[in-house]
Design a protein around this ligand. Structure first.
Ligand code: SAH
Length: 345
């Protein structure tokens, strides 16, 4: 059987190339791009300014990688929505809609599962099933936008998966999402979160994007970091911070360090002081995350008072710090847990 072409992942140039092979006029590529990414139509029959024969050929030889929405939970507290989508092969992924005063942001998954192995995270418990295509990442946003009936203006790559372990597809996703002929989302409204794959961070810096890079640090030194993040063994902190410095030098963009506070692991005053001493000189800010307890994991969250104290120590030592607000606590199930519940059914 012929595998259908993944048309939602193609950029304009590729659409032009495809239509050229099909002996269609070049301007059709722009029309098609607008249907896919601006109007976000998922049915070729609705692309009324394309000829009947082209629509039929598209239907026969390509597919719009739409995801199947299998579950939706809406928070009564703040409108946060959690979605569970099934991929074609039956794997499932989670996406979250967060509503802020400044707009709607979607937390997108980049892989089904993850192979980075962070010991506090639910997404990595069964390893990675597969990486998502650019179209599958876009489809999370397009579908949620349709479901909500409001524009999605921001995205954070903080769902399941390690974005830099799916580098090419993620880059393509960012560029397609940013395209003025499509969703036209500003790069400054996009955040890519990584567990710190150093080499790929240097590659990303070369792209000179305006996105925000967030690095999951979660520890002030390698000793603690290695206990909770296996990826720290091949990506030691000195080199990681050097790559962060190189990234900000190159892009002039302030970097975010994520730090999930886990009781008795990384949340002492001494940890805060050590962290401050390492970050003080950098163009960065620290986002403290109250840890989300995961049933299968041993870690518990730090008390509110200690989270505040940790923040104050960082601030007093010259490091800009915020504490992440928790949304949708009534539909909780920490990141990745909705997916796990579904998989175990
Ligand atoms: N792989 C990427 C992005 C996915 S996770 C990364 O590692 O950055 C997004 C953020 O949630 C990361 O900072 C991750 O470390 C954090 N996280 C994962 N599990 C968590 C949990 N149980 N509680 C709090 N934060 C968690």
């Amino acid at each position: 059987m012929m595998t259908k072409k993944d048309i939602l992942s193609m950029d304009l140039e590729q659409l032009e190339q495809l239509l050229k092979e099909w002996k269609e006029p070049k301007f059709r590529a722009k029309q098609l791009f607008a249907w896919l990414h601006e109007k976000q139509v998922t049915d070729f029959a609705k692309m009324t300014n394309l000829s009947q024969s082209l629509r039929e050929k598209l239907q026969a030889e390509t597919k719009i990688s739409a995801l199947d929405m299998v579950e939706k939970l809406v928070s009564k507290e703040d409108g946060t929505r959690k979605y569970l989508f099934a991929l074609e092969n039956g794997s499932v992924i989670e996406s979250v809609l967060m509503q802020y005063d400044y707009g709607n942001t979607v937390c997108v998954s980049t892989q089904a599962g993850c192979r980075m192995g962070c010991r506090f995270c639910a997404s990595t418990l069964d390893g990675v099933e597969r990486s998502l295509t650019a179209g599958e990442m876009l489809s999370q946003i397009y579908q949620i936008q349709k479901d909500l009936g409001q524009r999605i203006s921001g995205v954070v790559l903080m769902g399941s998966g390690e974005p830099l372990d799916n580098y090419e597809n993620v880059l393509r996703f960012i560029k397609l999402l940013n395209d003025p002929m499509g969703q036209n989302m500003g790069q400054r409204h996009m955040t890519l979160s990584t567990c710190g794959l150093i080499e790929k961070m240097y590659d990303l810096a070369e792209q000179q994007l305006q996105i925000t890079l967030a690095v999951s640090l979660h520890a002030p030194n390698d000793e603690i970091r290695k206990q909770i993040m296996p990826v720290a063994k091949a990506n030691p902190m000195d080199k990681l911070l050097q790559s962060c410095q190189a990234y900000t030098d190159k892009t002039k963009r302030r970097l975010t360090f994520e730090y999930a506070l886990m009781q008795g692991v990384n949340d002492s005053d001494a940890c805060a002081r050590e962290l401050a001493s390492r970050l003080r000189q950098m163009l960065c800010h620290v986002n403290l995350i109250p840890m989300n307890p995961v049933k299968e994991r041993a870690y518990t969250k730090t008390s509110k008072a200690q989270v505040q104290r940790f923040a104050t120590i960082l601030q007093q030592n010259g490091v800009e710090t915020t504490i992440r607000r928790k949304l949708g606590s009534d539909i909780d199930a920490a990141c990745g847990q909705l997916r796990r519940r579904y998989m175990q059914k």
